[in-house]
Design a protein around this ligand. Structure first.
Ligand SMILES: Nc1nc2c(c(=O)[nH]1)N[C@H]1C(S)=C(S)[C@@H](COP(=O)(O)OP(=O)(O)OC[C@H]3O[C@@H](n4cnc5c(=O)[nH]c(N)nc54)[C@H](O)[C@@H]3O)O[C@H]1N2
Ligand SMILES: Nc1nc2c(c(=O)[nH]1)N[C@H]1C(S)=C(S)[C@@H](COP(=O)(O)OP(=O)(O)OC[C@H]3O[C@@H](n4cnc5c(=O)[nH]c(N)nc54)[C@H](O)[C@@H]3O)O[C@H]1N2
Ligand code: SF4
Ligand SMILES: [Mo]
Length: 739
């Protein structure tokens, strides 16, 4: 394998920002010697069923899997192209070692592991166990997520492990736990189709949860009304009965305003509130002042829209609330979600057919990977690391003294801050690309540069790997087996389609090997199926109880919903039936929510709101989808969505280059002048690195409860500028012009 540079412009030159290395039609193949493997998409939390076509240990294409009930064969543009990663020439096929002044060099596994283990020992002896940290991911299977949590506490004995779901769903999770006592979508998706009113807040369903679109359309076919809250008129909003173009950070205005009207007009389920909830009096008191006019000012929309929303939602016989990161990625993300959930509980429309609530999960295992103990405050089974009973139980499962399990560690952003100020010196990251996906990118990259030793485990060389001392070649989803838990709470089975290429290893085998060299071979020897067996026991009695599930039953039933507390139990597709909630008192707990400003509001210097998010053809930090030619064709570089009125003010026309600047950094991207965005707001998707990274602009403010970053609002200014001259631009010029 050739020597690789560590210098980014050099890397860009070698690999290119667009890599049209796979023929657009895939491979030519015959039926002979081919097999179909029923499994699931590796990308988002919808976890669509798909059949991979496998020939000679290569994934060569796909077929729809019509029987799988969630998506019935349907797939989005990413799902149909995912197979192109498998034989990608960029695939890492050997561990790499950084040699100062020379770049990355392939080294053998034995030498790589020696170095990793001796550096862990050195750093922990010199600075203490907690000076070595772990950052993990929610694209990992349940088995790998469980393994990472155990590895941190048992082998590294560090408190400092957290995961990229911290950037994703923690606000929704914390809110659900506070109100309902359980962190999971409350209903299977089949309930969406039976609801007569559907409220979607901060979710770009068509691009980010594409299969859910079909459930909304099924409901609409039966006459359901659709309400959408988003500063941008996303594709789904174009067909909504009511589109509320809320100002970023203003949703509490809409939610409290709706509740105010529901109380005034008597659209409450008083009996349900009395029997199954606590705390409604305080909420009533708080929303008193949220008149339509007051609420409208907060939300930045006309008061009539809030009244109309209440009129649709309030008296409906059945309803469903869905939300995603649009209301969660805020320094008041938990409060946003609670204010939304209050509308559901006040209507009493939950725990019944066609009545429910869901947070749309993000990453492939966005649900499951937050239950198995890889969060800084958590043990398996969604247990609490500070709870002595919980610690004792898990210590028993792991066969370690309870005192040896570290206490709560730092969550992702404080963890990176601890790297920046020198408290953390060593890091292993797996399934995480912080250099692109964390807010305030310049600060994050500075922090990564300060690590004394850093190991990155991935199947492609990510932008964060540039800071690594050792890169370990891990496995793609189709090269391993295990389970994930989809957006509904359905635990499903991923089957292995191929073996990893020679020189790469399955993620769990890498972790087991490190643990074993650290002296814990007896505790880390299992492969996914046995890890699942241990996970079942570890989850028993916890909130997310998988103990009654087996891989065979999961396969037979097209997935099982937790809690599933004993073998033979059918699982629990719908939570809270009969008004039984997850708190010890069995009730839902209303909490009063007041609107408060976001961490950085627009001002004279930076007068425009920036919000960030996604486009349909790219996934997260883009390391995977930026390598698939046809997805790059669809959306080659980030653009800045800007309203014609705002564009005109700055003399910006469609396709012009614009500089977007915040107090923390800047990007130069092309303008996309669209009427579908609020005139006080611009939007830049975040799937690109370096000079094109939206996170150069975003703010490092976090929610005090969930610690989620405020990706959805900061203040910027925008101006017309010349074409960029960065490394990516130079390469594009050579290839015929900047796109
Ligand atoms: N194509 C694609 N699909 C994906 C992903 C991907 O990267 N690409 N990632 C997956 C993951 S991990 C996640 S977390 C999900 C994310 O799924 P979504 O949350 O649906 O996607 P985002 O684009 O982050 O944000 C959703 C919407 O929030 C709006 N918004 C911004 N600020 C506010 C606000 O203050 N209030 C309201 N109401 N809306 C606001 C934005 O305009 C945007 O349309 O998608 C998953 N699916
Ligand atoms: N500005 C802005 N920033 C955001 C967001 C936003 O809306 N706006 N959204 C946030 C959200 S919701 C999320 S979820 C994060 C995601 O942010 P990240 O988690 O950093 O993004 P990924 O691209 O998933 O990075 C995962 C890396 O792991 C690798 N990988 C994937 N699967 C596996 C696996 O099974 N094994 C191994 N070894 N490696 C794997 C991929 O190749 C990739 O390099 O970004 C956040 N950042
Ligand atoms: S909707 Fe999500 S899981 Fe389904 S094919 Fe698309 S990316 Fe894959
Ligand atoms: Mo996410």
């Amino acid at each position: 394998m050739a020597k690789l540079p560590t210098d980014i412009p050099e890397l860009v030159k070698q690999f290119g920002p667009t890599l049209h290395t796979v023929p657009p039609g895939g491979w030519v193949h015959t039926d002979k010697d081919e097999k179909l493997v029923k499994t699931h998409c590796c990308f988002c939390g919808q976890q669509c069923g798909i059949q991979l076509r496998v020939r000679e240990n290569k994934v060569v294409g796909f077929e729809p899997w019509e029987d799988f009930p969630f998506n019935r064969g349907k797939l989005c543009p990413k799902g149909v192209k995912r197979y192109m990663q498998d034989e990608h020439p960029d695939r890492l096929k050997s561990p790499l070692e950084r040699v100062e002044g020379e770049g990355f060099k392939p080294i053998g596994w034995d030498a790589a592991m020696d170095r990793v283990v001796s550096e862990i020992r050195r750093i922990q002896q010199k600075y203490g166990n907690d000076a070595f940290a772990l950052l993990t991911g929610a694209s990992l299977t349940n088995e790998k997520a469980y393994l990472m949590g155990k590895f941190a506490r048992v082998a590294l004995k560090t408190a400092n492990i957290d995961y990229n779901g911290r950037l994703c769903m923690v606000s929704a999770g914390a809110a659900s736990k506070k109100v309902f006592g359980i962190d999971r979508s409350a209903n299977p998706w089949s309930d969406i189709t039976k609801a007569q009113v559907i409220l979607v807040a901060g979710a770009n369903i068509a691009e980010c949860a594409p299969i859910t679109t079909d459930y909304l359309w099924q409901a609409r076919e039966k006459g359901a009304k659709l309400i959408i809250l988003d500063p941008r008129m996303t594709p789904i909003a174009r067909n909504a009965d009511l589109f509320i173009p809320v100002r970023s950070g203003g949703d509490i205005g809409v939610f409290n305003g709706m509740l105010h009207i529901m109380i005034e007009r008597g659209w409450l389920d008083r009996e349900f509130i009395a029997q199954h909830t606590t705390g409604f009096e305080a909420v009533m008191e708080t929303v008193k002042k949220y008149t339509p006019e007051y609420s409208a000012k907060i939300a930045g929309v006309p008061p009539e829209m809030i009244v109309k929303a209440a009129e649709l939602w309030g008296p409906a016989p059945t309803s469903f609330l869905l939300h995603a990161r649009g209301i969660e990625h805020h320094s008041k993300g938990v409060e946003n979600c609670i204010a939304a959930i209050n509308l559901v509980v006040a209507s009493g429309r939950i725990g019944r057919e066609g009545c429910g609530y869901a947070m749309i999960t993000g990453q492939g295992n966005g649900q499951g990977a937050r239950e198995q103990g890889q969060k800084c405050d958590q043990l398996p089974g969604s247990r609490d690391i500070s709870n002595p009973e919980h610690r004792k139980y898990i210590a028993g499962v792991w066969g370690v003294p309870e005192e040896s399990i570290p206490q709560k560690g730092l969550s992702a952003i404080p963890l990176v801050e601890a790297i920046h100020d020198g408290r953390i010196k060593g890091l292993i990251s797996i399934c995480f690309n912080p250099a692109v996906s964390l807010p305030d990118g310049n600060y994050v990259r500075e922090a990564l540069g300060k690590l004394e030793f850093y190991v990155n485990i991935d199947f492609f060389l990510s932008e964060t790997a540039r800071y690594a001392d050792i890169v370990l070649a891990g496995s793609l989803m189709e090269e391993d087996e295990g389970t994930t838990t989809n957006t509904e709470g359905r635990v499903i089975r991923h089957r292995q389609a191929v073996t990893p290429p020679e020189g790469a290893r399955q993620d769990w085998a890498i972790i087991n090997e490190i643990a074993s060299r650290l002296g814990y071979a007896d505790k880390f020897h299992s492969a996914p199926r046995e890890i699942f067996e241990e996970l079942r026991i570890a989850s028993k009695g916890g909130v997310s109880d998988y103990s009654g599930m087996t891989w065979d039953a999961i396969e037979r039933d097209y997935g099982m919903f937790w809690p599933c507390p004993e073998p033979g139990h059918p699982g629990t597709p719908r939570l809270y039936e009969g008004g039984k909630f997850g708190h010890p008192d069995g009730k839902a707990h209303f909490l009063p929510i007041e609107w408060r400003p976001s961490a950085e509001m627009p001002d004279e210097e930076y007068p425009i709101i920036l919000t960030t998010g996604r486009v349909v053809s790219h996934f997260l930090s883009g390391t995977q989808t930026r390598r698939i030619g046809s997805l790059m064709e669809q959306y080659p570089q980030p653009r800045c969505e800007i309203h014609p009125r705002l564009a005109e003010k700055f003399g910006i026309a469609e396709g012009d280059f614009v500089k977007v600047e915040s107090r923390r950094g800047e990007v130069v991207v092309r303008a996309q002048v669209v009427k579908t965005i609020r005139p006080d707001t611009v939007f830049v998707p975040y799937h690109w690195p370096l000079d094109r990274s939206a996170n150069n602009l975003t703010i490092r403010a976090i929610d005090p409860v969930s610690n989620i970053p405020e990706f959805k609002i900061c203040a910027v200014r925008v101006s017309k500028t010349d074409a960029p001259t960065d490394a990516i631009a130079q390469l594009e010029m050579e290839a015929g012009g900047i796109r």
